[in-house]
Design a protein around this ligand. Sequence first.
Ligand code: IMP
Length: 197
Amino acid sequence: MITYLASKNEGKLAEIRTMLGNSPLQLRTYAAYRDPEEGHESYVDNALLKARALRSQLHDAGIRDAAVLADDSGIELDALGGRPGVDSAVYAGAATPWPQRLATMMREVDEHGGRERGARFVCVMALILPDGREIVVEGDVRGEISPQLRGKNGFGYDPLFFYPPIGKTFGQIPEREKNELSHRGRAARALLEALKP
Ligand code: IMP
């Protein structure tokens, strides 16, 4: 089933391609995709918003026989009462470069005493089938905010997300290993399960 991805985030796209590479979904990007304005309420709302936006853009372009897949994700910090959550992409300012965004996060955790370091990555995937049926799945993973940036792999908050069972951050492990452990990997496996006949 040809499936267009509602994302321009290269990090996410690479991971989703690997995770769903051998699935019934034949993944494509749509160069003309325009992201809608995201809300601040829930990952589910945002994932559906992006999937529905892409579906409507494809319909306008005469493409009606494809599925669409969107991912909305974020990181939630215990010390910050679950922030930034759905606002993770704009944490510390939408145009803020990543090194500064990560430094702000480390500083905020320290300002809260530095002892409460628990964090959770969340990913919601929304798939809309060509007939309009919507499938929504979620995956999450708990870890801790590392006191220093560690590793250069992955993207976004990965160098700050320490996963105690392996004693490393997601920035220190290869993509294959991250995909086995991550929120996105868990969501992708739930999606494949939901697609089983
Ligand atoms: P959105 O899903 O486009 O709203 O963006 C989610 C934000 O969380 C972006 O800033 C991503 O870089 C970040 N994020 C989502 N998933 C991951 C991940 O697997 N590793 C690191 N950062 C992530």
